[in-house]
Unconditional design. Structure first.
Length: 254
């Protein structure tokens, strides 16, 4: 491989400890990987001086957080972040291009009933750059300038559940996620059951949601019921079609 002075690459394997302390809060965790690659490139793939690319590829990652106790593992995890120089206040230009892919993710945070692993792929763009300063103030200024996150494509697959969606996400005056998307969902009954097991949906609401969604689902080419619906976040609630599913909490940035 030719020498590239604008690129730094680091490989590692085995267990690493992650510790972060902020004010009175302490984040303490371990990450164990069969193989890990971190690559930083100034100028990105096309040697654009206004672009920086960051790539993290983890094979067989196993994550454990001490408190609160959370464990997760996957067969593969990839992050690709491309940062562009954007003038302050310009919310019509891409500041961050983000790709996240995870295969066979399982975690105790997904429920105590050991649900099937989840595979996901996200491509999103952050419109408008965050100004310098404390994170809470920077995100507030980004929001006030009209900053949004454009979800170009998000796919989720887990057992008989699959979803493909795209849309726009922003923050409301209380720093809660808000926005609109369109999703094509298979296995929506099972998805509601999992949300109920997690406590995101109340049992009495789950049955009503299934009835309402069954009324608007249509047969697909393979005979399965396909739910094509709008997904909205508004006034602190996440709704799928006419069904209000879960409450959206404000971002905690301090």
């Amino acid at each position: 491989m030719p020498w590239r002075p604008n690129q730094i690459a680091v490989r590692d394997r085995g267990e690493n400890r992650l510790v972060l302390t902020r004010d009175a809060a302490r984040f303490d965790a371990t990450l164990d990987c069969d193989d890990a690659l971190v690559r930083l490139t100034a100028g990105g793939r096309d040697s654009d001086p206004n672009l920086g690319q960051y790539v993290i590829e983890l094979a067989g990652p196993k994550f454990h957080q001490v408190a609160p106790p959370i464990s997760a593992q996957a067969s593969q995890l990839t992050f690709i972040v491309e940062l562009y120089r954007v003038p302050p206040g310009d919310h019509e230009t891409v500041a961050v291009d983000l790709t996240v892919a995870v295969d066979d993710l399982s975690s105790d945070a997904l429920g105590s009933a050991s649900p099937p692993p989840v595979s996901a792929n996200l491509h999103a763009e952050v419109m408008g750059a965050l100004p310098p300063g404390p994170l809470d103030q920077a995100v507030t200024a980004w929001r006030d300038d009209g900053g949004t996150v454009e979800i170009r494509r998000l796919t989720l697959i887990s057992s008989d559940i699959s979803m493909v969606t795209n849309g726009t996400v922003a923050l409301d005056s209380q720093m809660r996620p808000m926005g609109a998307a369109t999703a094509a969902i298979r296995g929506y009954d099972e998805a509601i059951d999992r949300l109920t097991a997690l406590g995101s949906v109340k049992s009495r609401d789950a049955q009503l949601a299934k009835l309402l969604l069954a009324g608007i689902a249509t047969p697909s080419d393979d005979g399965e019921r396909l739910l094509t619906v709008p997904i909205t976040g508004q006034n602190g609630w996440l709704s799928v079609g006419p069904v209000r599913l879960a409450k959206l909490e404000p971002l905690q940035l301090r």
